[in-house]
Design a protein around this ligand. Structure first.
Ligand SMILES: [Cu+2]
Length: 633
């Protein structure tokens, strides 16, 4: 093992499962919902030097299907022993990929399902996809609430490779016990007349009359001397940036120990939740509030990347190791993509005498793609020559639709003939455990206002900034009136100008939740109500809508933790940012969505004494007429 933060290896997954089988009777009647590295304490990580020993521990959530009981465990891999074993009463662990497949297999041949399909003229079950969703307590039929259950959509492919999401089998939803794979309920509101007018295919051969355009010539990105970054195990180094790449079943990519020129900026950054409420109360859509991280896991949903399609240029890939519900490891090859990209002009000035000085920006991109059933989320972290960090998400894939039979509901739009796509929102919660020049951080709210009128300002020009440190944990909202922003600063390490060096969160994709206070979504995910939250670091506070979102009734995350009103000045703080897509559906999003792109930026403010990119060299032979450097001379 190279570093204490390296993700668990295949052997470590195997060992974790074996220890629990041996010492806690976790046999084949059980499932492993999640196994991940239990990261060592931060001071241990900071003090670690190459060659030092590493105590390896795994954190496990597993459940006994027979008794429907969940347990959390910590296993020492170093000592081959169970360190803790705690029953988790009244909760359901995340869904597993195995259950999703097994539910399809169990339900597709069930006589009641066959009967409901036959009533709709569907007899070839090879073309049918039964797509299991997790759901919240309030929407589960009362008599099944103490079981582990899923509800299903049913989709029909027109041909064996056709798009299942092109053809909803309307009005048919099943409730399944996922421990026994028993069909509990068939909710059948009756067939809807077939919709032959819509076109939901996107694979070229299946799109009638599609002519691929022929006027695109190739773009090739080459780096004839190789890349400027280096990957050593899970450590990435590029120019002055350094970081470690982690991966978990729930978060997917995790960035650890992000530093610039050896100065720490973040201890750990990842996506901690994604909540996708569909805002149509009709029977086809009312159960649809997906917790893509808490219920399914972005890591489990991560797909392998393909050179030339997903990533262009000189690429390095990193594989990811995960485990199935039996604790058996498997590899996602090419799970994380690493590459550099040109990003246009970084800085420029044209002087009458000195001529033009131009520098191009270069960014180091770390990315991964997750396919969550019908949708894909493409995640890009970009590190820039000027010290800024951008996190971008591209949402693409296929919208959920249902067939209109009569009036179009007011909760969505028609995207094709009789094809209705409900409005929905994708709230992504980034957990930003920053460490700006060390752990003693404070979040400062920066607000701008017109200066009060005075005689010294007869033209009423004054503009002032008010900076208010956040003293107590809690939330903060976007303010148009004051152009509010949030800076994570280190007041113990003043810069050359006597100010606290900082990194500022620049949101660009936050929107109001627009949920009624009585909404069942808010009860489960109060975090989505506010775009910014600040908490003191606590090892067990990782999941902003609670650790167990599956079948949850009430949130046990940020809204609950922050009630403690803990102080958050000059201490190890965590900044949480809620952003995403307010998806008012369009015909152009059908049959496959052009990527909807959203992002936020972390930008240095007083972290550097001046533009940190003055030392970026000009492009060889260009961009600097007076330059005598080796590139230009
Ligand atoms: Cu959407």
């Amino acid at each position: 093992m190279n570093h204490p933060l390296d993700p668990l290896t295949a052997d470590e997954f195997r060992q974790t499962a074996a220890v629990l089988r041996r010492d806690r009777g976790v046999d084949e009647r059980w499932r492993f919902a999640g196994i991940e590295l239990r990261e060592p304490a931060k001071d241990v990580v900071r003090a670690w030097q190459p060659g030092d020993g590493v105590a390896r521990e795994a954190r496990v959530t597993c459940f006994d299907r027979t008794t429907n009981t969940a347990y959390n465990a910590v296993v020492s891999l170093t000592d081959d022993a169970v360190l803790s074993w705690c029953e988790q009463p009244g909760v359901q662990p995340n869904m597993t990929v195995d259950e999703w497949h097994e539910a399809h297999e169990a339900l597709i041949g069930h006589p009641r399902v066959l009967e409901a399909l036959a009533a709709r003229g569907i007899t070839d079950t090879d073309l049918v996809l039964i797509d299991t969703w997790a759901y919240g307590h309030a929407l589960i039929p009362e008599q099944y609430r103490d079981r582990r259950v899923g509800w299903t959509d049913t989709w029909l492919r027109a041909t064996p490779t056709g798009n299942p999401y092109a053809h909803p089998v309307d009005g048919l939803h099943l409730v399944v016990d996922l421990n026994t794979m028993e069909l509990l309920d068939v909710e059948d509101t009756g067939p809807v007349p077939p919709n032959d007018g819509a076109m939901g295919e996107y694979v070229p051969a299946l799109v009638p009359g599609l002519v691929l355009r022929e006027d695109l010539r190739p773009v090739e990105i080459t780096q004839p001397e190789g890349t400027s970054f280096a990957l050593d195990g899970h450590e990435l180094r590029w120019q002055k940036w350094s970081m470690r790449l982690g991966f978990t079943h729930r978060e997917g990519l995790v960035l650890h120990r992000v530093a610039y020129d050896g100065r720490p900026i973040a201890h750990r950054m990842s996506f901690a939740e994604m909540v996708v409420p569909y805002r149509d109360p009709g029977t086809d859509h009312q159960r649809r509030t997906a917790f893509d991280i808490g219920e399914w896991g972005l890591g489990f949903m991560t797909t392998s990347l393909e050179l030339g399609c997903d990533c262009l240029g000189e690429i390095r890939y990193l594989d990811a190791e995960l485990h199935d519900s039996h604790g058996e490891p498997y590899t996602i090859t090419n799970a994380i993509c690493l590459h550099e990209e040109d990003d246009g002009v970084l800085w420029k000035h044209v002087d009458e005498r000195a001529g033009a000085e131009v520098r191009r920006n270069r960014r180091m991109v770390v990315s991964f793609h997750a396919t969550v059933a019908n949708y894909e989320y493409l995640v890009y972290w970009r590190f820039s020559t000027d010290g800024s960090i951008q996190c971008e998400v591209r949402a693409t894939g296929i919208m959920v639709t249902s067939t209109v039979d009569g009036t179009v509901p007011p909760y969505g739009n028609l995207v094709d003939e009789r094809t209705y796509a409900p409005f929905h929102q994708h709230f992504i919660v980034a957990r930003l455990d920053l460490e700006v020049d060390g752990p003693e951080n404070t979040v400062v709210v920066s607000e701008t206002a017109a200066a009060p009128p005075t005689d010294a300002d007869p033209y009423r020009l004054g503009l002032t900034v008010r900076e208010t440190p956040i003293e107590v944990e809690g939330f903060s909202d976007v303010s148009w009136e004051t152009a509010r922003s949030w800076k994570v600063v280190n007041r113990t390490k003043p810069n050359r100008l006597g100010k606290a060096p900082g990194y500022k969160l620049e949101p660009s994709a936050s929107f109001p939740a627009m949920l009624h206070p009585d909404s069942v979504v808010l009860a489960r995910a109060g975090v989505v109500q506010h775009p910014v939250w600040v908490t003191p670091f606590a090892e067990d506070e990782r999941w902003p809508a609670g650790e167990f979102c599956n079948q949850s009734e009430r949130d046990t995350g940020l809204p609950e933790w922050t009630r403690a009103q803990r102080p958050v000045t000059d201490t190890d703080v965590v900044l949480w940012h809620v952003f995403g897509i307010h998806h008012v559906t369009r015909p152009e999003d059908w049959p496959v969505m052009p990527a909807d792109i959203v992002s936020f930026t972390l930008k240095p403010v007083g972290f550097f004494d001046r533009n940190p990119a003055l030392d970026v060299p000009p492009v060889a032979g260009h961009c600097s007429p007076g330059c005598t450097c080796e590139h230009c001379a």
